[in-house]
Ligand binder design. Structure first.
Ligand code: NZQ
Ligand code: ZN
Length: 380
């Protein structure tokens, strides 16, 4: 087992009464709150009104930045920072899914440090402080509600990259599964793929840490257990609650202890390029890239695949069988597993390969070279 430190300062309120605790949290800071939301779902389904009402009765002045798009862009974060600087805010409240939360994280950090968002993300400058960030989650998927990571894309530099800072953990996150009852089926599928992919990313890092490996397998088995039911009963509170907690646990550190890095993240790095080029939803990029990555990187991960399959099935399983189990699960929930299912063609594949060769996405543990990229492309 590798040496490790456990640090996760986010206070998490879970359940249909979670928001009752928001006033207590808000009371701990100043008057001006920057509320960041997505395009329309929060307003359409009434979550926005509930949150605004709490902010008003808590005597907060609301500054608003809305319209964050899925696969969020650095320009929006920069504009929100300018607004924050004009208004001199005291805290940031994110109401939405991963795209909104990630933007809010970078806005809070850039504002607190008076730094440029992209300079921070490219690690040209080091942050030293932050202001409070609260999250009201409306979508179970990324785990951003309980981690210190953010992912943004930049069309000027042609990159979509992740950034982590221990200063970016939300101060508190409010997870009411009722807020996810309105998530449509396709977005629910994307969320399930994402949380399973996070479990796999953790698993493929190094470290002899059987307990963390078992957490990974449990996360995947949990998703396999509720997914078919949930996709037929999208408004079932208990199934939504199971998915919400599953997504949080998949990326809040639980599966990562005892490894020298938090996960491999090579598949995410590859998949982000598909979102960057065609604005494909994050979950769909992962259900297409993960099976291809496992097949191409087989020569480095075969024994890990065998062990994962054994944990998942309770009996001796080959590496090929494990890949099939994962790919068949994605297919069973109607997630795309081939590039063509994203509406993309062979020309698009060459474009993607060129961008990979240029940007050189890589795993934190399992290295990829140009030959690997070419093999992965063939399996897509
Ligand atoms: O914009 P609105 O109108 O709100 O609609 C959103 C959006 O279209 C909709 N939605 C959200 N809550 C809803 C809802 N629709 C109905 N009812 C609700 N309650 O869902 C759509 C997708 O939202 P988005 O926030 O983009 O989804 P997700 O949470 O999957 O976030 C994806 C982003 O997070 C990044 C991804 O790369 C991607 O950019 N990631 C962040 C990570 C992190 N910070 O730890 C790790 C992940 O691996 C991931 O990379
Ligand atoms: Zn992800």
């Amino acid at each position: 087992m590798e040496n490790f430190t456990v640090y996760n300062p986010t206070r998490l309120y879970f359940g249909n009464k979670a928001l009752e605790k928001l006033p207590d949290e808000l009371a701990q800071t100043g008057k001006k709150v920057l509320l960041i939301t997505g395009k329309e779902s929060a307003k359409k389904h009434g979550y926005y009104n509930q949150v605004v009402q709490i902010l008003q009765t808590s005597n907060k002045k609301i500054i608003e930045y809305s319209g964050i798009k899925p696969n969020p862009v650095v320009d929006d974060a920069e504009k929100a920072v300018q607004l924050a600087l004009q208004e001199k805010i005291d805290g940031v409240l994110a109401l939405g899914g991963g795209s909104v939360i990630d933007t809010a994280k970078m806005v809070a950090l850039a504002y607190a440090n008076k730094q440029d968002v992209w300079q921070l993300m490219k690690r040209k400058v080091e942050p030293v402080r932050n202001i409070p960030l609260w999250v009201v989650l409306t979508l179970a998927a990324t785990g951003s509600e309980m981690n210190g990571a953010a992912v943004l894309q930049n069309h000027q530099t042609n990159e979509k990259i992740g950034y982590f800072s221990p200063l970016m953990y939300p101060r508190a996150s409010f997870l009411n599964p009722e807020f996810t009852l309105s998530v449509p089926k396709n977005q629910t599928i994307n969320g399930i793929v994402d949380l399973v992919a996070h479990s796999l990313e953790a698993y493929f890092a190094n470290g002899n840490t059987p307990l963390s490996d078992r957490f990974v397998a449990s996360n995947i088995l949990e998703a396999m257990d509720y997914a078919p039911n949930l996709l037929n009963n999208l408004t079932d509170y208990n199934l939504r609650a199971r998915m919400m907690w599953n997504a949080t646990v998949a990326e809040n550190g639980t599966t990562m202890h005892g490894r020298s890095v938090s996960g491999d993240w090579g598949t995410h790095a590859l998949a982000h390029h598909i979102s960057l080029l065609w604005d494909t939803p994050h979950g769909q990029t992962l259900s297409v890239v993960f099976p291809a990555w496992m097949k191409a990187m087989y020569y480095k991960i075969d024994t890990r695949l065998e062990y994962l399959g054994t944990l998942l099935t309770g009996k001796k399983t080959t590496a090929d069988q494990t890949i099939n189990i994962m790919e068949n699960f994605f297919k069973s929930i109607e997630a795309p597993t081939r590039f063509a299912e994203l509406g993309l063609n062979e020309n698009d594949k060459s474009k993607l390969l060129d961008l990979w060769k240029n940007n050189r996405p890589n795993g934190m543990y399992i290295d990829m070279d140009e030959t690997d990229y070419e093999t992965i492309i063939r399996y897509l």
